[in-house]
Design a protein around this ligand. Structure first.
Ligand code: FAD
Length: 445
């Protein structure tokens, strides 16, 4: 166990992405610091358990290559990302529709890849045939414009993605602030494409089905998906915080040491009190509100992931499958081991299925949805575990302003975390970096 100092310049409370990013900046500046982490491992909400040859992340999450702070702190190539297919599949009315990336092929954003299925199992069978589904359908000449979204939807979606990808951030943040749902309507998108594609997709990203999130947060989410690729590290998502922490000396980090209280000039832990010139609270939002009562409560969104193992993968590619049938139970499902084979032992595949919002349906309910979505029998799939994270992401309804909440609270106390920026890994890293900058100014470094 790391010995606690009695004194240092900065105590960082919390070793999630925000705390680690702050420590990186303090370390680079040569300022004495020490980090206490309540859990026995670093990474916070980004964690991976290796269980019987499977890599079980703490809920389905991905690395997005477009996050600027992440790219500045981490060598992404070293993560050996297994990339997900760009675009999504939408299950609607017994057919699977491939929605290609709106900026890669604007007019092809919604093409039916499987039409007129007499038997819903056909999607599963097509997925298991050799080669990607899209190639198959093209070879068979079966592709036609899908009923998920019309031509004007495809053009407007491509326009929205292009604006979010290319406008300077300050311009995106100067736009009138609405809810995400109103923003999608304002962009002229039809009820159909919102309900059958965009609501399921964004609910899995934001952890809420109402799309009550700020349009400015939505713009940043669209920006990152339009500019980057998403993938899974070969060693699991925990490889991301491990890479952020890698350059930091282990002797300055104490896992298993929770801060009990923080005060101007000291942090109290069960292992002793550390006196300091500045304190950075980089915990989860709930703990931050308890340690810093003036901060106020942060509402949190829940994400639940059901992990299943199967011998026969229901699809041959790592593509997100969305429920376009408006059933409102499953947000998305994906064969993780198609992106990163390290996620499952030889001869098995790992399927992650996400549910957004406060309800946690029983596994048999989700299993029935999976049979419908993939269109294949799933009775022999093994339910490995369900991971439900009540505080997966801070809720960010309007007004969020410029997406940068204050990090300096006065008297040498600072705060960081995704609740001070956007609800994402980028938000956590950027807020930690920003808070460390404010601390260095406070210390006169
Ligand atoms: C299921 C799920 C899916 C997600 N998907 C994505 C995604 O695809 N893309 C994306 O960008 N983001 C995603 N996120 C969000 C992303 O993981 C978080 O935004 C980010 O990890 C938050 O980091 P943080 O450092 O702000 O907080 P946390 O990760 O919560 O870190 C806080 C740390 O503080 C520690 N701590 C708490 N109390 C104390 C105490 N008293 N003393 C000391 N330490 C304490 C905790 O143990 C923890 O390590 C997802 C999150 C979840 C849960």
């Amino acid at each position: 166990m790391t010995a606690l100092p009695t004194e240092t310049d900065v105590v960082v409370v919390g070793g999630g992405l925000a705390g680690l990013a702050a420590a990186r900046r303090l370390h680079r500046a040569g300022t004495p610091w020490f980090l206490v982490e309540a859990a026995d491992r670093l990474g916070g909400r980004v964690a991976t358990d290796a269980v019987d040859g499977y890599l079980i992340d703490r809920g389905f999450q991905v690395v997005n290559t477009a996050y600027p702070r992440q790219a500045a702190l981490v060598d992404l190539a070293a993560l050996e990302l297994g990339l997900l297919t760009q675009g999504v599949l939408v299950r609607r009315g017994g057919a699977g529709h491939r929605m290609v990336h709106p900026l890669r092929d604007p007019l092809g954003v919604a093409r039916t890849i499987v039409t007129g299925l007499a038997d819903a199992a056909q999607l599963g069978r097509l997925g298991r045939a050799p080669g990607p589904v899209g190639d198959l359908s093209r070879a068979a000449g079966a592709e036609r414009i899908s009923s998920v979204g019309r031509a004007f939807d495809r053009i407007r979606l491509a326009g929205l993605a292009a604006r979010c990808a290319t406008y300077p951030v300050r311009r995106l943040l100067a736009a009138p602030e609405l809810t995400a749902e109103l923003e999608l309507r304002r962009a002229g998108l039809s009820d159909r494409i919102v309900e059958e594609l965009l609501r399921p997709f964004f609910s899995g990203v934001l952890g809420e089905r109402e799309l009550s999130t700020s349009s400015r947060v939505l713009a940043m989410v669209i920006r990152s998906f339009a500019r980057g690729r998403v993938g899974l590290p070969a060693a699991g998502m925990a490889a991301l915080p491990a890479a952020v922490a890698a350059p930091l000396p282990a002797s300055l980090i104490a896992p298993g040491v929770p801060a009990v209280s923080v005060h101007a000039g000291r942090v109290v832990t069960p292992a002793g009190t550390i006196r300091c010139r500045a304190v950075l609270v980089a915990t989860d939002p709930g703990t931050a509100s308890r340690l810093l009562p003036g901060l106020g409560e942060v509402r949190l969104n829940r994400l639940t992931t059901y992990y299943h193992s199967t011998v026969e993968p229901p699809l041959d590619e790592p593509i997100l499958l969305l429920d376009g049938d408006r059933r409102g139970i499953v947000a998305n499902t994906v064969v993780l081991s198609r992106a990163a084979p390290t996620y499952a032992p030889a001869g098995r595949h790992l399927v992650a299925t996400s549910v957004a919002g406060p309800d946690v349906p029983p596994e048999p309910v989700v299993r029935a949805e999976l049979a419908r979505l993939y269109g294949c029998p799933v009775h022999d799939w093994e339910h490995l575990t369900t991971v439900s994270v009540a505080g997966a992401l801070p809720a960010t309804p309007p007004p969020q302003g410029r997406l940068r909440k204050p990090v300096a609270l006065g008297a040498g106390i600072f705060v960081a975390g995704d609740h001070r920026a956007t609800p994402s890994a980028q938000g956590a890293l950027a807020s930690g970096w920003r808070a460390a900058g404010a601390i260095l100014r406070h210390l006169g470094s």
